[in-house]
Design a protein around this ligand. Sequence first.
Ligand code: SF4
Ligand code: SF4
Length: 391
Amino acid sequence: MNNRDLIKPDSNFTKEVIGLGGESLKKCFQCSTCSVVCTLSPDDKPFPRKEMLWAQWGLKDRLLGDPDIWLCHQCNDCTVHCPRDAGPGNVLAALRNYSFGHYANPAFLGKAFRNPKYLPLLLLFPVVLFLILLGATGNLTIPEGEIVFEHFMPHIILDPVFLVLTGLIFVIVAMSLSRFWRDMKKSTGSPKSSITDIISGSAISKLIEFLQHKKFYECGSSRIRMLSHMAIFYGCMSFALVTASVFIGTYTVGLELPMAQYHPLKIIANLGAIAVITGCLLIIVRRLSAGKATGNSSYLDWNLVILILIVTSLGILTEVLRLADLATAAYVLYFIHLVLVFYGIAYFPYSKLAHILYRSLAILYADSNNMGGKKTLSPKPRKIRDSEIEI
Ligand code: SF4
Ligand code: SF4
């Protein structure tokens, strides 16, 4: 009697997963085709068949602590081959989207972020904050003379705002990941799972794998998907590098802004912007044109790609307007750019961007506990049509 598992179904959880893009999950009849076709699913503990069952039953605790939902790289092979069109790839994506809001505190922000009707309210906060800052520095009007954004919003004010915000988000993310870690331990009951094991184990090799986007190759994602993902990732890395360098340069060697167009940091930022914009456009075109192989795109998916595209495009446009000496347009776009950058950082723990951290942690956890075993590859099964199934 004591060895029996206590099942705690949560029907609201199932409804939420359905609302986040897993609408076909109840069609699954447990044939396991998905687990067979998935090249990332190991032989000894395959996914996503079991996750489909758990999602149907509303086994929230078991699913949220399941590292396997993060081992999936959303190639959607399983969705294409599912004879019931149950969309297992979409269900795993919906579970991941649910996790961001579940683990990050405060919970109401996670819920608000998942719901498009709260978007104006979430944007209103940085708008009001920056208007107050502009008012406090006497810059509610467009500055006269040469366009220098420093005159409009001085770094001495802007930097502490973003530093405090980043510090706060860092704490929230660290707490979220630690809750996720505890749930993985509880859910899998794995004995070897200390952070020391991980660092002394496979962290470096996994980091290299991650930088090479190796799993995208392994799971047979389309080349376009992998390239667009890499373009956005490395483009954003270049922004992080340039921002950190400018920050350090301003306070140590007195780096003057705006930098000349041929300054190496400016060139890196512009190349990064081209990569990011290209990657976002490729993703958008692919999502709009491809069918089942692309999977469902939820509000969180669109929110992320549109945000990255707009923030980057505004950055470039602001630069062009500054060079063209169109002061009003340049300052207004710069203001919107700042608001959106703040939005991206402030709501990072609840957004799909946080998948970088959850996925990395789950991969390390699975690897250090020998959970991400090998797959014996077999020819992919032909898709069985409903008409061929005898009941
Ligand atoms: S292939 Fe489809 S029906 Fe079969 S177990 Fe997977 S999700 Fe369910
Ligand atoms: S989407 Fe791809 S990686 Fe994810 S479970 Fe399906 S087949 Fe595997």
